[in-house]
Structures are given as C-alpha cells and as structure tokens.
Write a protein that binds this ligand. Structure first.
Ligand SMILES: NC(=O)c1ccc[n+]([C@@H]2O[C@H](COP(=O)([O-])OP(=O)(O)OC[C@H]3O[C@@H](n4cnc5c(N)ncnc54)[C@H](O)[C@@H]3O)[C@@H](O)[C@H]2O)c1
Length: 386
C-alpha cells in the first residue's frame, strides 16, 4: 500500500489542549499505529509544532518522537510541505491567524470558538470558500461515549417525545490566592478571548442541536463570582468576563431546558458534565463516559415529600439513584479528538463529508454570542439560521 505524507502545522503546540488531546492522544497514536488507511492508501501525518516558547517546544518535540518545531509561524505558513493548519492557541488571536493560514492556501482546522464574533466567523467562511480550501471546527464532545449512548437512546425512540433537558457543567477553579489557579489567566480576560460563555457554549450548541434538535430561543444570566485573580506571574488582576452562567433554552420541537456552566461551583453530580433528558417514555442522564436510564416501568411512583423517611442513602431510606440502570459499553473507547482528526483528514484527502465544518463552528459561536447579548440586555434572543 502506498504511503502519503500529510503535513500538519499545529499552532499553539505548547498549550494544554493541543499538546495533550490533539497531539499526545490523537495524532501521535495515529502515527504510531502506522497512519490512517484511506481509499487503499496510508496517510501518515507529518507534524510541525509552532509556538512561542522554545524550551517548551523542544520538550514537547522530544517526548513525541522528535517532531519538527519552530517559533516562526510565517515560515511555517510558506512551507508547501504542510497543507493543513490547525489553531489551538489562545482564542484572542484566532481570527487573524486563520485568515493568514487561508491566504497561504492551507486547509484549516480550528479549536473552538472559531472566532471572537459571528461576523468574523462568516468572514473566515467566505474567505475559505473563495480559496476553495477545506475547513473544520473541533466538536469533540459529540464523540464522548456517554453522549453517544444518550444520542442512541433518543434516536431509537426509547426516550419517547422529549419534554425537557438539563445540562450541567463545571467545578471550582481556584482564584490563585490560597491555591494556584488550575486554568490559564487568559480565560479571565476579555482582550484574550476569555469568559465561560465563549469557552463552553460553543460545545453546548452542537451537543444540544445534534442530540435534541434545533434551538429556537435562549435567555441567559451571567455573573463574575470571583472578580479578583492571581495570574501566572503572581500578579493580581481584575476579571472582566463572566465565570458562571445559566441559560434557558427553547427548542424548535417544543421541548425546553437549561444549561448551567460554572467555574465557581462544587461538584455533586455524576460527572463534571451531566446531560439529563426527560422524555415521555424514559429519562436518561449522560456523563463523559457513562449513561444511566430510567424507563417508564422503572419510574418510582413518588407521591410527595415524606420527611418521616430518610431520603438520603440509608438502610431504611429511599435511594433515588438505585432506580436507574447503566447502559453498557458496546464499542471500544476512541479518544474524541482523534475521531475529529480522522474525520477532518479523510475530508482533506478523500473528500469524505465532515459534519463539523466552519459553518457549524460559527453556529457554535452563535449560541455564545446570543447568550452574551441576552445577559447584557435581559432579553430572549432567537437563534436564527446562519
Ligand atoms: N475542545 C475543547 O474541549 C477545549 C478545551 C480547552 C481549550 N480549548 C480551546 O483551545 C484553545 C487553547 O486553550 P488551552 O486551554 O490549551 O490554553 P493554554 O493557555 O494552555 O494554551 C494556549 C496556547 O496559546 C499560546 N498563545 C497564547 N497567547 C498567544 C498569542 N498571543 N499568540 C500566539 N500564541 C499564543 C500559548 O503559548 C499556548 O501555547 C482555546 O481556544 C480554547 O478555547 C478547547
């Protein structure tokens, strides 16, 4: 079988998400397993790491089979042996970086959000279409095993008509005063593309619309729970973005739901993200890898509060969690970022349709932008077609 090298520039290679998920958990395993078999040829990713910190680049290159690296993005963009440009750097620079990559004739694959505003996203799309290049946006949560199980239950009609949903995400992110923060400080500054809406709502758009159907209207409320933080250099700064949000959602099919995203909450749920869908025939709750279901037949007949009994786990008490059954795994786990890369590479090399294109990425951004507008103006905002 012939082997075709496929040059991929990874921009933001020293960052958390690019160095771990995209490189270590997705592209390196593809390379180590001998490349991707597409249309009877083997496609072998050939990677160039691009970043700003030489020492970190050297370290990452060394731990990943001595990959090539550079701090010079312009020289990478003019190198014809790389046809794909991936942007996983901090969000604030994304629009300009991607415009330059498109103008250099590269196919572009990007982390979310695809730009800082929808109008910029549309400019990117116009430019990408005019340049006739392939484009894709990372939508990794589509491939979470828990969410795949939930989607199957809905697709097969097991849940019945969807009545409502509840998506809850988040954990406590330390402000750096007594305990170092576990998120980079750029996430808490407007100028660098920070804020939980721009970080998390792009994910929730594609998750909700792919699993439940189109969103019609939303309204959001946001807050900044921790207004002062300490950055990577030990300097205190004022947070000028939201770190917590609640959004109400109306779907076109008549169901409604809520999204809670917060970096200022403490976890007491099944997982760091949980997605509960209540339907006429059953309810299901998905976490990252697991999914639980309660059918109509298994639904306990609750008649009201009974304070005489211990409603928490206990010998004589009720345990509502026991009335749920776990859905077992039916296929082996594949890293969700790897699924995305395999799809995008197949699209570039063999024109295999790839659902997560730039238009989808812009729609993801649209939910963040609508939520921001709603919170600011205290109004419901329709999610019009793009
Ligand atoms: N798909 C997901 O689940 C997911 C999860 C986390 C982050 N992300 C996205 O990935 C991107 C990076 O997030 P992260 O958590 O890895 O952040 P990070 O801070 O760990 O990494 C950011 C990278 O960008 C580089 N960078 C920062 N400012 C830059 C600038 N001005 N010019 C060029 N490079 C710059 C940094 O050197 C670093 O390599 C963001 O767009 C974020 O929204 C996606």
């Amino acid at each position: 079988m012939s082997i075709k090298n496929l040059g991929i520039i990874l921009h933001g290679a020293t960052g958390r998400i690019t160095s771990t998920q995209h490189l270590r958990n997705a592209l390196i395993p593809i390379i180590e397993e001998g490349g991707l078999n597409i249309n009877n040829s083997t496609v072998m990713p050939k990677i160039l790491l691009v970043g700003r910190n030489e020492k970190r680049l050297q370290e990452i290159a060394k731990t990943n089979n001595n990959l090539k690296w550079t701090t010079n993005i312009d020289s990478a963009l003019t190198d014809d042996s790389y046809s794909i440009f991936f942007d996983g750097a901090a969000t604030g620079q994304r629009f300009n970086t991607l415009i330059n990559a498109i103008n250099s004739g590269k196919h572009i694959y990007t982390e979310k959000p695809v730009a800082s505003k929808v109008s910029d996203g549309l400019k990117l799309l116009n430019q990408a279409e005019a340049a006739n290049i392939k484009h894709g946006a990372v939508e990794d949560k589509l491939y979470l095993p828990g969410f795949i199980k939930l989607a199957n239950l809905i697709e097969t009609g097991f849940i019945g008509r969807i009545c409502s949903f509840r998506l809850e995400f988040g954990w406590w992110v330390f402000d750096g005063k007594s305990t170092p923060s576990q998120r980079p400080s750029w996430n808490y500054r407007k100028s660098t593309g920070g804020g939980i809406l721009s970080d998390m709502h792009p994910h929730w758009r594609y998750v909700i619309e792919n699993i439940l159907g189109p969103i019609r209207n939303i309204t959001s409320s946001t807050s900044t729970s921790q207004p002062e933080r300490i950055d990577e250099n030990g300097k205190q700064f004022l947070v000028d973005v939201e770190d917590s949000s609640t959004t109400l959602v109306e779907l076109e099919n008549g169901a409604h739901g809520s999204i809670l995203s917060s970096w200022a909450t403490r976890v007491r749920r099944d997982d760091l993200v949980t997605f509960q869908v209540d339907g006429t025939k059953a309810s299901a709750v998905a976490g990252l890898r697991r999914c639980w279901v309660q059918s109509e037949q298994e639904t306990p007949k609750v008649t009201g509060f009974d304070l005489g009994r211990n409603a928490n786990k206990g010998k004589d008490g009720l345990d509502y969690l026991q009335d749920w059954k776990e859905i077992s795994d039916t296929s082996p786990y594949i890293n969700p970022y790897r699924v995305g890369w395999e799809g995008f590479i197949s699209n570039v090399v063999a024109d295999v349709p790839f659902k997560s294109d730039l238009r989808e990425g812009i729609r993801d951004l649209q939910l963040a932008e609508a939520s921001f507008k709603s919170a600011k103006e205290h109004i419901w905002v329709p999610l019009t077609k793009i």
